[in-house]
Design a protein around this ligand. Sequence first.
Ligand code: UDP
Length: 333
Amino acid sequence: MKVLVCGGAGYIGSNMTAMLARGGHEPVVFDNLAKGHRSAVKDAEFVRGDLADYGLLVETLGNYGIDAVMHFAAFIEVGESVEKPLTYYRNNFCNTHNLLCAMAEAGVEKFVFSSTAAVYGMPETTPITEETSKAPINPYGESKWAVERLCHFLSETKKLRYAALRYFNAAGAGQDCTLGEDHRPESHLIPLIIQAAMGKRDAVSIFGTDYPTPDGTCVRDYIHIEDLCKAHLLALDKLDEAYELVCNLGNGKGYSVREVIETVKKVSGKDFRVIEADRRRGDPPVLTADATKAKIELGWRTDYPQLEKIIQSAWTWHDNHPDGYDSKSPRPV
Ligand code: UDP
């Protein structure tokens, strides 16, 4: 299948692009490189473009004979979204609306959308199923939820076949540890801890130690990037028959911030300073997925559920790319 991967130069998109190519598909990456890295795109055609550019979208969908779109291009910082709601709604919602309009014009019906556990807000119980109330508590989660609703209504008119995949915490490096996580600025826990272990940061901060969890720190469900991408391939196949598919993607097992720090120390063999800091605004104490639906409906199985394996792959990538994608000559794996 010819698949347009919007945001294919980013962390998840680049891993997806590589997996699509490996699986015999023909990915075409569409990315404005505002956040992504050109060198993360290896086995695909590349179109540098912005999702606000309607003409370029229609032209790209037509010129490459695109059969399906996978959409990863979004802003992802919860804190920043609270500061800049207009920016988040424009990029995450308006630009996706533009993309869906272009797909309708070009006659492309299949859409795999990168959604998030943030649509659930502060759930009262965990693990979270797809039926848990959707009550986002920040513009990031709201902007993703608004796209899901739009897709739902389009699917009811039979003008769109879509999968909304709600990610828990994507982590690790894929494609034999050659495609890793390099956000600028970095805000995600695992890369931040690894940077501390590499001596690139003075310390790592724990945001809150007084949560109602066993060790007082937040618990999250980390999912290996390869497992995450595998679910997208299965979802794409499923859209041959389904119009609407909404699934959580997580392992169902949570790890606390302290456990993640200890695992990085173990994997890297390095010690570093840990600071107990205040809570970060908007962080639910526990987010773990019930991913039974993805297992039943997609036949999805995770290959790397162990936190240690996830962190080992991330460590390998960072160790080989000390300056991220700017590393001059990344060491071969
Ligand atoms: N976290 C932390 N210190 C950091 C970054 C994150 O304690 O420097 C915590 C954060 O509060 C959350 C967890 O680590 O409980 C995972 O955060 P991340 O930003 O990686 O992902 P999120 O869960 O926000 O999607």
